[in-house]
Design a protein around this ligand. Structure first.
Ligand code: ATP
Ligand code: MG
Length: 177
């Protein structure tokens, strides 16, 4: 892929304790899709529950949306099967990164996989160093490791001064899922 000073594949990180990390990443995707850019998402979260974004993604031709372990049998809460599902989500991410088919790829909640030790920040940074020059990568999730924030071009830390959950208000359709 060619690169020019005004066209650079960025590494963007949305992290922190507040709400808005995944939605910020999806907001960028919305913008890019409007520019005719092909986009991909890999969600490193158990694909047990349907979300609005997942349903909507099925209707968008330029968007490939993969959810960790979808079509997978979650035998109770078996950590070994969780790890296998996370490893396969990472393999899928690497295939998408090096396919040169995408302009933007979101690794949603990948920090969750670091938290459980299913993936290491080192193996992810090794791949990001070798990514196609023009590909933008967006990483979301709490507690993003320093190794990744250090190599990122943009880091946005989302705080949580207020959240409805703290007042006992449950997750809302269309706002949270
Ligand atoms: P969103 O997907 O809404 O952008 P997020 O990606 O920033 O949220 P996650 O850590 O992925 O946050 O958590 C997803 C779910 O947890 C959402 O339903 C969200 O409303 C809820 N959540 C996020 N931040 C908080 C918080 N500070 N307190 C309570 N619940 C939260
Ligand atoms: Mg999220």
């Amino acid at each position: 892929m060619s690169s020019s000073p005004d066209k650079k594949g960025l590494i963007l990180v949305f992290t922190g304790p507040g709400k808005g990390k995944t939605t910020a990443a999806l907001g960028i995707l919305f913008r890019a899709l409007g520019r005719g850019m092909k986009c991909g998402v890999v969600q490193f979260l158990k694909g047990k529950w349907e979300t609005g974004e997942r349903k909507f993604a099925k209707t968008i031709a330029d968007l490939d949306f993969h959810v960790m372990g979808l079509g997978f049998t979650w035998e109770s809460d078996d950590l070994d099967s969780d790890k296998k599902a996370a490893r396969s989500a990472w393999e899928k991410s690497c295939d998408m990164i090096f396919s040169e088919n995408y302009k933007i790829l979101i690794l949603d909640e990948i920090t969750y996989a670091f938290h459980y030790g299913w993936l290491t920040p080192e193996e992810v940074s090794d791949v990001l160093f070798r990514k196609p020059t023009d590909l933008h990568i967006i990483i979301t999730g709490r507690n993003c490791p320093t190794l990744l924030t250090d190599m990122a071009d943009l880091v946005t830390l989302i705080e949580s001064p207020k959240h409805p959950y703290k007042n006992g208000i449950p997750a809302q359709l269309g706002i949270d899922y």
